[in-house]
Each structure stands twice: as C-alpha cells, then as structure tokens.
Write a protein that binds this ligand. Structure first.
Ligand SMILES: *[C@@H]1O[C@H](CO)[C@@H](O)[C@H](O)[C@H]1NC(C)=O
Length: 137
C-alpha cells in the first residue's frame, strides 16, 4: 500500500512537470525564428581559398531577431568557428532577411559537412555539405 501511494505521487508530480514544461516550450516556440540555410548559388563545390557564401533565409519571425545577439556558430569536422578547415567567417545580417549571408573560406580539399547552430534562438542545421577542390595557387 505504501509503495502504491509513493508510485502515485511520483506519477502525478511527473505529469504535472511534463505538462508545464510542454506549455512553456509551445509558447516559447512561437517566438523563435524559422531559418533555412542553402548555398548562395546552389552549387556547393568550391576551390580552396575561394570565398563561399551561405544564404540565410528567415522564413518566420525575422522581426523577433536581435541582430546584436544573433551569432551562429559554424562547425566543420568537429571544429567550431575559424579553424584549419575554414577561415574568415563573416556575417552579413543587414537588409532583407530573405538574403542574409554567412561568408567563409574553405582551406582544405575534401568533402565536408557544416553544422550551423545558434543557441539564443535555438537554431540548428546540419543539411549543408560542400566539396573543396584544389585552388589555383
Ligand atoms: C574569423 O576570422 C576573421 C578574420 O580572419 C574574423 O574577422 C572573424 O570575426 C572570425 N570569425 C569568427 C566567427 O570567429
């Protein structure tokens, strides 16, 4: 009997918790931007040393983004930001939120995946792959 009571108490406190946390998530979600990332010219193949552009298209809630705090992190081969794989990461988040840009310069030859995440607005994208061919140097 004591075990059953204990079980019921923990069960009810659990459902109370999950209800309130899902309500929080739902109301919070409506304020988050929905963003699509793609290669600027849709090709995804570059030469080492060439400036590469990612198109950042804000599909929903662009007006909720404070550009001063919106700082995506790019990760290539487990390395965040400027690394031995990519350099000169720069953002252009001015103007039309259908045409924001992230620039970087691939350094190493090979096939890579770039992860984009932004903690403040809960953005995560792992869809972008790119091929780097030897440069002209
Ligand atoms: C990467 O390096 C460039 C200079 O080469 C710098 O301007 C930029 O802020 C750096 N980007 C990041 C995300 O650290």
């Amino acid at each position: 009997m004591e075990i059953l009571t204990c079980f019921l108490i923990s069960l009810s406190s659990f459902s109370f918790f999950s209800l309130s946390s899902s309500e929080f998530t739902t109301s919070d979600r409506t304020k988050l931007p929905l963003i699509a990332f793609s290669w600027w010219d849709d090709k995804g193949t570059f030469m080492a040393g060439e400036t590469t552009t990612i198109r950042v298209k804000v599909l929903e809630n662009a007006d909720k983004i404070d550009r001063k705090v919106f700082k995506p992190i790019l990760t290539v081969n487990g390395k965040e930001g400027n690394s031995s794989y990519i350099s000169t990461i720069l953002f252009d988040f001015d103007g039309d939120p259908n045409d924001w840009k992230i620039f970087f310069t691939p350094i190493r030859v090979g096939l890579f995946n770039v992860l984009i995440n932004e903690d403040h607005y809960k953005v995560f994208d792992s869809s972008l792959h790119f091929q780097v061919e030897p440069g002209l140097t």
